[in-house]
Design a protein around this ligand. Structure first.
Ligand code: ME8
Length: 651
């Protein structure tokens, strides 16, 4: 199966914002997902350079338009490389192949009788590259609420495309193919727009920047083609139009054009299909509009003044706040954008929202699973994956549901819904580990059960890595490396197939995927990670079973550093070495111990306590301590009375 997906081609009047990144990431996810399924994918993006606003932006910098556009196009490419965008083709509308395609396409509109020469007099908004009627203006300005700029009067002989002729054909197409325009509520906007009456569009301009009109068309002297006709044709050019017929027949029509709502109704859902009908070419199979990312409720846009969120600085912020690597920051941004808002709706972009998603979904749900399971395989099985076990129904059913749910969600571009089902599976995998308590099985010496649980948990991680691969490609690679699957060829049917993780494989070196963000908010309610002060004698109803007790993962650790938590009299921030890893823990023992007294001391910690952020410090475990008799201010930490290796289980 072939799959052809396109982003809009972006104006090069400025560098991209997170809004441009969003569309490009969404298309990248579609492309990667289809490649994983074995489809032959063509994923295209590029830059729209023949616009008047590009000339104006170049002028403002005192540069000629072409070198200005060259530089900008490079910066777009650079940005997409940074964000791990796997496009197959990057088209610039100043390229020769685009000039040829646009001229041939324009000529075919002329030959179909849908072009005529008239006179254009009216208002033009340079920023939106759109003509408006007098009555459409708002106090003499562009009626687009996001623009509102001054319009300019244009009066020139012009070429018109008979858009009005296609009203009925467009309405019929919309009625015939219910999934053609998405989302549904925007489809209704298109229907209303067309029913309101389509006017013929002026598709020429007099300028020396743009694609010259073919000489076969009357009055073409000195005229260039309207930038929107030029821009839309890029979708054909990338598919091989007009000269590479085989390629064109293979890839066209596009499977999906993706864009935001700003360029959906008027351009992609009306003018573009009408022009294709006129040229006798098949229509794209699906046209999808997402919402806008906003800041302070307003659309994030290149032309808006002030600090516009751009991908680079957002990644820097994330790395600084969390200590994560650049590839993890990239994947966290990709994840956040697709998970945060339903595709089609607007969403407010905030650094805080990104940090919360990072902490809750990535560091906790995904990262935790990996960092609980792999150290146990190292500790109990010398780093070797146990032999494959039969599918554990509670895990396998959840995996199948996640893979099926993701398939379904991707087909309607419901990325948020798709990620939700994957995260339900991660929840099931974490609960499985809690419930099976492998540390308790290790204690009780039930080797067969321990093998089964460790294998099943590792297999769940492999499946999760495959499921999230289109959204977080480098994180999936890293998880597979840690599982010992470097070089493993990931394919989609493997996602929920049980038992593919080879037994006997040696796991790779562990590295924390998503270090815990100090500043990130935690799901856990803040509380001090020390034993509670009151020790009431437990009533019968408060008793716990041995099995419940075994869920506790108590370990011996060694304090390797200690310091006070600023502005908190009772708190110390400790680094505790647990053998396989060193964790940060916050303990309320500062009134009883000086930091320097603690370094080198052995302590007993609750190692599987849900992390919490205490006074801005992420605490990943609890030190056991008791109150000194007769002194309710003084605390004594619990220490083994003989040397015990770091990481040993306390039972
Ligand atoms: O319109 N939220 O280019 P453009 C969501 N050249 N998406 C956003 C966004 C935001 N705040 N800001 C930008 C053009 N986008 C034409 C397109 S295509 C044949 C020609 C994304 O640079 C979104 O995809 O203004 C939007 O449609 C596109 O960038 C507009 O990019």
């Amino acid at each position: 199966m072939k799959f052809y997906v396109t982003t809009p081609i972006y104006y090069v009047n400025d560098v991209p914002t997170v809004g441009h990144a969003y569309t490009t990431i969404a298309c990248d996810v579609l492309a990667r997902y289809h490649r994983l399924r074995g489809d032959e994918v063509l994923f295209t993006t590029g830059t729209d350079e023949n616009a008047l606003k590009v000339v104006r932006a170049a002028e403002a910098q005192g540069i000629e338009p072409k070198p200005f556009a060259d530089d900008m196009a490079d910066r777009f490419r650079q940005e997409w490389r940074e964000l791990d965008i796997s496009y197959d083709d990057f088209i610039r509308t100043t390229e020769e192949r685009q000039h040829r395609a646009v001229q041939v396409f324009f000529d075919s509109l002329y030959r179909s009788g849908d072009l005529y020469v008239g006179k254009y007099e009216g208002w033009y908004c340079v920023s939106d590259e759109t003509y408006f009627r007098e009555e459409e203006l708002i106090e003499g300005r562009c009626p687009n609420p996001e623009c509102g700029k001054k319009v300019e009067w244009m009066s020139e002989p012009a070429h018109f495309f008979r858009l009005s002729k296609y009203e009925q054909a467009l309405l019929e197409q919309i009625g015939r193919d219910p999934g053609w325009l998405l989302p549904e509520f925007r489809k209704n906007e298109v229907v209303n727009f067309i029913r309101g009456g389509l006017r013929d569009v002026c598709i020429s301009r007099h300028s020396d920047w743009g694609i010259p009109m073919p000489s076969t068309v009357p009055d073409s002297e000195g005229a260039v083609i309207y930038v929107w006709v030029d821009a839309l044709v890029n979708y054909l050019t990338c598919a091989g139009y007009p000269d590479d017929r085989d390629r064109f027949e293979h890839y066209w029509p596009a499977d999906v054009h993706v864009m935001a709502k700003d360029i959906f109704v008027r351009f992609h859902a009306s003018m573009w299909p009408a022009m294709l009908m006129s040229a006798g070419l098949p229509l794209p199979k699906r046209i999808v509009a997402h919402g806008w990312w906003t800041q302070g409720g307003e659309k994030i846009s290149k032309s808006r003044g002030g600090a516009v969120p751009r991908p680079g600085p957002v990644l820097e912020m994330l790395m600084e706040e969390t200590g994560c690597s650049r590839p993890r920051a990239v994947d966290a941004l990709r994840y956040y954008m697709l998970r945060q808002v339903p595709f089609g709706q607007d969403g407010e972009f905030t650094g805080e929202g990104l940090l919360i998603r990072y902490a809750d979904d990535l560091a906790n749900d995904l990262g935790n699973l990996l960092h609980r399971v792999l150290p146990m395989i190292r500790r109990y099985r010398q780093g070797l994956i146990p032999a494959p076990c039969q599918a554990e129904p509670e895990l396998h059913d959840a995996a199948k549901a996640a893979a099926g749910g993701w398939d379904k969600a991707v087909s309607t571009l419901d990325f948020r819904g798709g990620l939700e089902v994957i995260w339900e599976f991660l929840g099931a995998a974490n609960r499985y580990v809690d419930h099976k308590a492998p540390w308790a099985l290790a204690k009780s010496g039930d080797d067969a059960a321990l093998d089964r649980v460790l294998y099943a948990a590792a297999e769940a991680i492999r499946i999760a890595a495959c499921l999230v691969a289109p959204v977080m490609p480098s994180t999936s690679d890293e998880i597979e490396r840690q599982l010992g699957l470097e070089g493993w060829e990931r394919r989609w049917p493997q996602a929920s197939e049980w038992g593919l993780l080879p037994g006997g494989a040696t796991i790779g070196q562990s590295e924390r995927l998503f270090p815990r963000a100090d500043a990130a908010k935690s799901k856990a309610s803040p509380g001090e990670h020390t034993a509670p002060k009151s020790s009431t004698s437990a009533g019968k109803e408060a008793m716990i079973s041995l099995k419940e007790f075994q869920k506790l993962e108590l370990r011996v650790g060694e304090i390797v550093s200690a310091e006070r938590v600023p502005n908190a009299d009772k708190l110390l921030k400790l680094s505790v070495d647990l053998g396989e890893e060193t964790r940060t823990m916050v303990a309320g023992i500062a009134l009883s111990y000086k930091p320097e007294e603690l370094v080198g001391r052995s302590v007993v910690v609750v190692a599987n306590l849900e992390p919490a952020t205490i006074r801005g410090v992420r605490s990943e475990g609890m030190i056991l301590a008791g109150w000194v008799e007769g002194d309710d201010q003084s605390i004594a930490i619990v220490t083994p009375d003989r040397p015990v290796p770091k990481g040993s289980v306390v039972s």
